[in-house]
Design a binder for this molecule. Structure first.
Ligand SMILES: [Fe+2]
Length: 433
């Protein structure tokens, strides 16, 4: 056993612990009634997410990597995300909150024992560089963000608190030119990158302009005030149809207040902050705004080039600021704050060309459908990504204030239906040069 392997074990153990602390915070902030309640048909009851996190950890770390006997084979089916739609999960004979907590703790004890004994320095691809552990850590972190979205849909007195995000030393606006030419998209080297981020491949991206910041609340309010929601010229046919059937008139959680707007955020209602990125808009709203503004959404390749391409070397880096793992000074991630930060609040996280806040704050809709990269192969199971490939899903990039830094790589890909806006979704604009 090498020192490097010991370090990896220590890092994995620390990440498992840190991740579980956030899961505990999100599930202990509310009472049992709120844990088992369906806060929205779009979301699972929080107690489902909790036991599902344990169930995936049991399947991959305890049974597969560890080769141990199952703890609760009887509940596999209940917590299989492909067996039951979110809206149906509330009616299942789920573990009670106390049972779910006991179950995830028992699984964790076994997983830590596996971590002590398993070979994680080679051998099977599943365990190389601790991949299976990294996958399960990221899975729990993704469910933490999902649970945070459930908290936003919960009705009742506020239960979550966090400091306000930093102010912007100076407001950031306008756009930058990203020169045309090839860049390397995706990765072969990020040890915990998921199958859909692989393999690294060259993409030719013609020159384009991209906004230095995401569209702000003030800018979005101007679109509403200009009658943007009532003018089919700005909307695609599918977008306009959805705008009408869903009765969209403003971002989710916004309400008129005199001439302005208030928004409800985790149970607190306050005027929308003009300089913050707009959040809780669907793809169709983002697309309509872009057309009204005379621009368009960036493609996924444009977004990643803006985030990773280093004009000095032509190399693709891990993050806009370089290869350094995100620190709180770089980006608004990991539920350190309960809202996106104003445009310009993270100068240390800007790209060499001066594009700000690509990572953190809000997920950014791109114009691209979710597809596998050339040479894609599903790993470790088809249901992770491949079954979602196709025109039904749009790609979002960059992570939100609720995304853990472990899953906020410049290569990380998220996807959702174009009508969804319960996620922490915003957008920035681009145009062809
Ligand atoms: Fe899951």
């Amino acid at each position: 056993m090498t020192i490097e392997t010991d370090r990896l074990r220590e890092r994995v153990a620390a990440e498992l612990l840190r991740t579980r602390d956030r899961t505990a915070l999100l599930t202990e902030a509310v009472d049992d009634g709120d844990l088992i309640r369906q806060h929205s048909p779009l979301m699972s009851p929080l107690v489902w997410d909790l036991a599902h996190v344990g169930s995936q950890e049991e399947l991959w770390l305890v049974r597969d990597v560890g080769g141990r006997d199952p703890l609760r084979p009887d509940i596999d089916e209940l917590y299989d995300a492909f067996k039951h739609a979110r809206r149906d999960r509330v009616a299942l004979p789920l573990l009670t909150p106390a049972e779910a907590r006991r179950y995830v703790a028992e699984v964790r004890d076994k997983a830590l024992d596996v971590l002590d004994r398993a070979r994680i320095d080679g051998g099977r691809r599943l365990v190389t560089d601790g991949f299976a552990f990294g996958m399960i850590i990221q899975h729990e972190q993704q469910h933490a963000e999902t649970m945070l979205a459930t908290h936003q849909l919960r009705v009742g007195a506020p239960v979550l608190t966090a400091p306000e995000p930093p102010a912007a030393p100076s407001f950031v606006g306008g756009e930058v030119l990203v020169p045309g030419g090839p860049f390397t998209m995706g990765t072969d080297t990020e040890p915990w990158a998921l199958d859909n981020e692989r393999p690294a491949h060259q993409v030719q991206v013609p020159a384009f302009h991209i906004d230095r910041a995401a569209v702000t609340n003030a800018e979005y309010a101007a679109f509403i005030d200009a009658g943007g929601y009532d003018d089919p010229r700005w909307w695609s046919a599918a977008g306009w149809e959805h705008r009408q059937t869903a009765g969209l008139v403003a971002p989710a959680h916004w309400q008129r207040d005199g001439d302005g707007w208030v928004a409800t955020t985790f149970g607190r209602t306050a005027p929308v902050v003009r300089e913050e990125p707009v959040v809780h808009v669907c793809f169709w709203e983002a697309e309509a705004y872009a057309k009204w503004a005379g621009k368009r959404l960036p493609t996924e390749a444009e977004w990643e080039k803006a985030a990773r391409w280093d004009p000095a070397t032509g190399r693709s880096r891990r993050f806009p600021w370089g290869d350094e793992t995100p620190e709180p000074r770089h980006a608004n991630l990991g539920q350190q704050h309960l809202r996106p930060a104003p445009a310009g609040a993270y100068p240390a996280g800007a790209s060499p060309l001066g594009v700000h806040q690509l990572i953190g704050d809000v997920w950014e809709w791109t114009s691209s459908d979710f597809h596998g990269y050339p040479g894609f192969s599903a790993f470790p199971y088809r249901e992770y990504s491949e079954v979602f490939f196709g025109p039904d899903y749009k790609v979002l990039r960059g992570g939100s204030f609720g995304t853990d830094h472990n899953a906020a790589r410049g290569t990380f890909r998220n996807w959702d239906y174009p009508i969804r806006r319960q996620i922490f979704s915003g957008f920035r604009l681009a145009r062809t040069a």
